[in-house]
Write a protein of this length. Structure first.
Lengths: 432, 432
């Protein structure tokens, strides 16, 4: 039997502690199934740990350099989060010849190229299954499972907080602010929910998945983005009436000249697989030229689920090390790869447009004219009965149209003095 | 740049030819995303190939030994199917020091222990992602992604033919024989559909997944099995009325004393993720102690989708070889592992029981008495109006009860002279 893999955990918060717990509680299962033994020998946190919080048999320190340098640490788990300090820790570990496992999407989005290049140059693995959709092994699925396919499209629910809020609005008729408050009380949303509800977190994750899927580099800032703050209880109501559900979708799709990347709320058919993904779950729908469509779904975050992703990387490193065959597999799309060409003319799609107006004659004609000016065909107009006349919400759905045309029409309409609130635009996949 | 991995394909049918096509058509994509180049140098089929069917630049032969021995073959793809010849081919390749990729579940179910032990002894990879649920990378998901979790349950739709038939019965009200005929005409079912509709194919795949999930050996013959021949249009109708869908489910679940393994038709809630898996798709729902529930779904079979699974294994081998680090990762549950302990008392579950009777007084009382004798509580009795009095189908759903008790009651009831057809028993997950 080979010696156990000795694990040093830097950043002993929720994920770090869950990782230590998983390694302790599942030690026998892991050994039986994989033949590997892993033991936590060091943990590091900036603030001192109570003795009871330190894993049995492990040393605790407040100085990460002690963990990286420790003779009894074979692999470093980075769960501090953030970019600057995390990058320093990962660099130091790789330079010390120690494999690293990270759960840090921000780090990879900002410094992934540099870190994977270093890992590859040193032939040292850098695992990151936990960085996207913690409880869904989607990094493996795209980088390895689909490695032979030509990927055409990817649609993901990558932010559990936004999905929880949209699900609560749909199921319980809540307004956005109420659902957000409940998410905060349940511990699913931060006090400042900007990263989640504005789609920034989903965008950063999409950048990583798009790199893996298309083998080229893309900065998150280049991805079109619309959050869910503009979605109201009225929209959830109209969505239901139309047979749909609203979800925040991170999408990548091949089009003319390159890949179209966006994060925005979509109106999905209520029976579609992605609409069935509720609460804090994550999911990725992957379409390949030869495989067709695959769905992967599961819990998006949380300590226990994320720790399983960390441990899966650790077990892979343990097995390679036991065989004397450590190697760095640079993931597709990271390192010295070309920049991703983005689509110049994104594929046309149908849209849902909700307008809130002061009721008076001529409004529909004015809106229809603005759409016609952009060559956009109206599919349907819906107005639920019983609404306040001074603040009337109604909906236009369109035939497939370019995002740019729809936005131009939106701007035109929003200049009109009958408008009482910003237009909400949803990409529609109702008829798919 | 390292030399391309030279691939010899033995068994040049649907999957073999699709693999050659994928490697040719996706060569540039694969190289860009993974840095690997792969080329088919030999193909073998028992019957001669037309020149047009031979991949460009490859040699063709009718003798598999020529492929295994060829100096310009680095890895052997086994897509002949069956057990005896396939085992000989895989053994010979491993003994010649050549990695093997197989899509052959029958081979692994029958000879997996021996072949993986050989691969491990020689430190040579034996890939088999394609052997279960071709278009879903579920082998990776269970063996690697979930390697750190303690798995509690697995439910899979592992046979696309059976799922196609059940979906057609549900959507179009077809009888079993009609739906089977359509599956045969569409090329989804064999002339002799026994392996698919009796659950034998699903059982063999479940044996492989259960090994991976629980790390122990199990012979397919030890798995309880009920096919879908007994499901009728009346059952599809009752299922719909109850808010459910019928699916053939391969299930593994930890219980007292071991794992409960079965393949049988289930009544699922129509909104559940597995019920949303329609047509020839496959899916696996995996529940881990820490991850919670994950779903993986996609096309179950077909040349193109299966070829992507074969190619994913080939790319992994190419990368390991390029790094000079070929190694055999023995999958969990294969090789010299203990026999799986099976559950002595399977978990209780609710059931759906459809009876076809000659209408006369006292039948419900007799059936209720037989159930009461086994301590089974009735949940509901349903009878749709407008049925023939001489052949009346009605349904009893039960509270959770042991499979053995339900079967005992079934035997008792089937002895009654008012019975006009065998009882259909479905495990019910309507209320989950």
């Amino acid at each position: 039997m080979s010696a156990p893999l000795r694990v040093g955990i830097v950043g002993f918060g929720v994920v770090g502690q869950s990782t230590a717990q998983t390694l302790a509680e599942h030690a026998e299962d892991i050994h039986r199934r994989t033949g590997q033994r892993l033991a936590v020998t060091w943990v590091c946190r900036r603030t001192p740990l109570a003795p009871a919080a330190i894993p049995a048999g492990a040393c605790a320190t407040q100085d990460w350099r002690a963990v990286v340098a420790a003779a009894d640490v074979d692999v470093v788990v980075e769960t501090v989060g953030g970019v600057q300090a995390a990058a320093e820790i990962v660099r130091a570990a790789l330079e010390a010849g120690k494999p690293v496992v990270t759960a840090n999407k921000n780090l990879l989005a900002a410094r992934g190229d540099e870190l994977f290049a270093l890992a590859q140059a040193r032939h040292i693995p850098l695992g990151f299954e936990a960085a996207v959709a913690g409880g869904v092994p989607v990094v493996r699925a795209i980088a390895e499972g689909a490695a032979g396919d030509r990927l055409i499209a990817l649609r993901g629910i990558l932010n559990g907080t936004a999905n929880y809020i949209l699900t609560r609005m749909e199921e319980d008729g809540l307004e956005f602010e109420t659902a957000l408050g409940e998410a905060q009380r349940a511990g699913y949303a931060e006090a400042d929910p900007t990263l989640d509800v504005e789609g920034i977190d989903a965008r950063d994750k999409l950048a990583i998945l798009a790199r893996l899927a298309f083998g080229a580099r893309v900065e998150p800032e280049r991805i079109a983005r619309q959050g869910i703050r503009g979605v109201t209880a009225v929209d959830a109501h109209y969505a239901r009436a139309l047979g749909g559900s609203i979800r925040l979708i991170a999408a990548a799709e091949r089009g003319p000249g390159g890949v179209d990347l966006s994060v925005r709320p979509w109106l999905l058919a209520r029976n579609s697989m992605l609409a069935r993904v509720t609460g804090v779950n994550n999911a990725v729908l992957l379409t390949g030229a030869r495989t067709g469509t695959q769905l992967f779904s599961g819990p998006g975050a949380g300590g226990p689920a994320t720790s399983i992703a960390v441990v899966s990387d650790l077990i892979e490193i343990a097995a390679a090390r036991a065989a004397g065959r450590l190697a760095a597999k640079a993931p597709p799309g990271f390192g010295t790869v070309p920049e991703m060409a983005l689509c110049t003319q994104p594929p046309e799609a149908p849209w849902y447009m909700r307008l809130t107006v002061a009721d008076r004659p001529g409004i529909v004609a004015r809106v229809a004219a603005a759409l016609a000016e952009q060559d956009i065909n109206i599919d349907a107009v819906a107005q639920e009965p019983g609404m306040e006349k001074s603040r009337l919400s109604w909906v236009v759905t369109t035939e497939p149209a370019a995002a740019a045309s729809v936005r131009a029409a939106q701007e035109e309409i929003e200049k009109c003095d009958f408008m009482r609130a910003p237009i909400l635009l949803l990409r529609s996949a109702l008829k798919e």
